[in-house]
Write a protein of this length. Structure first.
Length: 100
């Protein structure tokens, strides 16, 4: 009997948590893209950064520096919460094709 569980489109490559601050490096299987997600449980801040293969670990290790360089808002500003971001990604993964 075949399993009805479909493979997850994202694979976690690296993960770290410290004092409510979480950083995860994901690989998207379908598009072969790397993404670093950053969430701060205390402030509710959440953002994502695309990462080139040769810079992925640097983005993972220094996400706020890369965010500032790219002109993303500070984590203290009102950003979508981590829970909202995860819910949005899950809903998108189930209903839409990647648009990148």
């Amino acid at each position: 009997m075949a399993s009805s569980v479909s493979p997850q489109p994202y694979r976690e490559l690296a993960h770290r948590v410290n004092d409510g601050f979480e950083v995860i490096l994901f690989w998207q299987k379908l598009t072969d893209e790397l993404t670093v997600t950053v969430s701060d449980e205390r402030s509710g801040a959440y953002f994502e950064l695309a990462a080139a293969p040769d810079q992925a670990l640097d983005v993972f290790n220094h996400p706020y520096a890369h965010a500032a360089f790219r002109g993303l808002p500070d984590a203290e500003e009102s950003l979508a919460s981590w829970a909202e971001g995860v819910a949005e990604v899950k809903a998108t993964d189930q209903t839409e094709e990647p648009t990148r």
